[in-house]
Design a protein. Sequence first.
Length: 458
Amino acid sequence: MDRAELERAAGQPLPSRGPRVATFARGAALTLATRFAMALNSFFAGVIVARHLGPVGFGIYGVLNAINNNAAQFGVAGPAAATTYYVARDRRWLAPAFANAILYSFSVGSLLAAGIVFWSLAAPRFFGAISPALLVLATIAIPFQIFTLLALNLFLALGRVERYSLLDLLGQSALLLNALLALVLFKAGLTALVLLNTLAVVGACLLVAALLWRQLDHRERARWKPDLALFRRMAGYGAKYHVLMIASTLVLRADLFIVNWLRGAAEVGIYAVASQMALLLLMLPNVIGSLLFPRIAAAQDASGNTAARTSRHVAFVMFIVCLACVPGSLLLPLAYGAEFRASVAQFWLLLPGAYLLGLQMVLVQHFVGLGLPRAVPLFWLATLGVNLALNLLLVPRWGALGAAISSTLSYALIFFLVALYFHRRTGLPFSEFLWPRHEELARLISGARQRLFSLAKT
């Protein structure tokens, strides 16, 4: 139901209640800073796990995290996007969306967790060296993780970028703290680490729920109850976004599972380092995209100018970051250990694809914010098919190097599909969203220079 339909149903114009973000740049800077802190947490936690548990333990730990994260994304993708889309346009949906989130998270999340455990019992070879008991301990967190993601999206829809970012950072910081406690302080091993991570997810869920409840005024609390009619309205949008997110998540993570399945935990542990570093490069476009989505949804900018302007700025920054990562990746074996030397070449192969995928993550928000045409999820389904075929063809022969090649080719494919579609739908030339204009480039360089000088003085 769009805004015009809501106004007809209410019999009067609705007040404008778009996201309350002071400036897009300020929100992006804050979110990027917290995501950078999260990246450092993830990096140091990975180093601790790799050094204390070795490639096999690190591989099991990485696969467990991938299972939980993929299950949570599978369960939350459509509802989270639909929640942001509706609440960003009209706050009246906040209280029922909150109640729906609780009901949905613990019903669907429990089914997903049970399904993964039954799958491990029916096909233990697919899960390699991961024991069923360890898998149960990890998957208990899935329903709590799904609700936390839904609740954070509600904060984002309301324009509470500060709260969204800081809560996200707080929950993720537990990974580093838990690694220090379980492996460094108590030397307790992988099982204790997984237990602490599960308890941290539960605690973060309870905190986010309490803060979201405080966000409601007394009238909204009176209307706080599940609304199945609202859920049905969201289902159409959510279903399309769900397909997009599940396909994209599988494209990003299928390589890990296939390397684990065909080459074993030691090789996937090394490849997990390269994959993790490549995904960290997507932090900037992911942050920009998450803030751009509710902005476009509230403004309904069909011209494409907002997305194009943002994309060309991200293209420049990502290009500089990727160039710096080529020599910087030589430090990976020093951080993780000599056994992880092969991850450098794997990362170099992933780098071009990560750059193109980052640009796609910004451009696609134009379509997500305008109702998500069916073509975009279909692009991702086609890319998933190509990705799986390439992995199954290349990994048996070349191992993790084949997985890196498969991923880069897949990332390039989805970028070109979305970029071509954006060009055709908006009429904007490719140069409008692939590289900043001369005057914009000059401002970007000048701004960066001024910041460096101010940092040097301090």
